[in-house]
Design a protein around this ligand. Structure first.
Ligand SMILES: N[C@@H](CCC(=O)N[C@@H](CS)C(=O)NCC(=O)O)C(=O)O
Length: 260
């Protein structure tokens, strides 16, 4: 049995966390079976899915019967398991530590912050038709997102929360620019793409899709970074039709290129 036998990815096309994993699988040229979940129909909260991912979120990777949960963990696992055709982790120990620190920062700052505009601008429509009781029951059914949903409420996050999220995203762009400058290449850690770039990618792609590319207007290194990642063959494989929110909600296209 080759190591790629039995790779199954539970994901959602538009899920930023899933996009990290699809990109990594594409770089590794690994065939895999895909199971698409409809997150707004509650597929991730069904008992059979909660058995494999008790957090009730995507992605989940099954590899030869073993279950791997959490996108950052999954992409590290894939890089260790499939070192060819290219490693996405630096050989140098200090650089490897820098990559992992960045990945923690990314999970804590942009990956969390991007949910606020995503829900306010695109996903709120799924909750507006619910009454308060239904909404609270839905929130209660989410193993790790109850408080997030209750903070949003059926009418969306208040402007103050949106502002805070946008500020965190703006700080991320500054951190990216500084990090690229420090390491002197095109990618975050130099001349080779690493898992940190892949972890970062979906937050910037989402900002752009939500019409917030202005956030890096004054940061040419970040503009170059996003152009470079968009040109990689793995990008087109990751963002197949239906993966951008604007594919699903075409009215978002009107926001592209507009200032904040
Ligand atoms: N830290 C987790 C977060 C996973 C996560 O939040 N997934 C979102 C989609 S990007 C999800 O499944 N949300 C479903 C829900 O909120 O019910 C990871 O990186 O895998």
């Amino acid at each position: 049995m080759s190591p790629s036998d039995g790779l199954v990815l539970y994901n959602a096309p538009g899920s930023t966390c899933s996009q990290r994993v699809r990109f990594t699988l594409a770089v590794k040229a690994q065939p895999y079976r895909i199971k698409n979940l409809d997150l707004f129909a509650g597929d991730q909260l069904k008992p059979e899915y909660l058995k494999i991912n008790p957090n009730g979120v995507v992605p989940t990777l099954i590899h030869n019967g073993a279950t791997i949960v959490d996108s950052s963990v999954i992409i590290e696992y894939l890089d260790e398991t499939f070192p060819a055709p290219e490693r996405l982790t630096p050989d140098d120990r200090v650089l490897r530590a820098a990559m992992r620190s960045l990945m923690r920062f990314i999970d804590e700052v942009p990956a969390a912050a991007i949910r606020v505009p995503s829900f306010n601008i695109a996903f709120l429509r799924f909750f507006r038709g619910m009454n308060q009781k239904e909404f609270e029951a839905l929130a209660d059914s989410k193993p790790i997102r109850k408080d997030f949903l209750l903070a949003m409420g059926r009418t969306g996050f208040p402007q103050a929360d949106m502002d805070k999220a946008m500020e965190r995203l703006q700080r991320t762009v500054v951190r990216m620019s500084d990090t690229i400058t420090t390491h002197g290449g095109i990618w975050l850690l130099g001349d080779r793409i690493t898992l940190a770039d892949i972890a970062m990618m979906p937050s910037l792609v989402r900002m752009k899709d939500l019409g917030r590319a202005e956030l890096w207007a004054g940061h040419p290194k970040v503009s170059r970074w996003i152009e470079a990642i968009e040109q990689l063959p793995a990008y087109a494989k990751t963002y197949h039709p239906g993966s951008h929110l604007s594919d699903r909600f075409p009215e978002l296209k009107a926001m592209h290129g507009k200032p904040n």
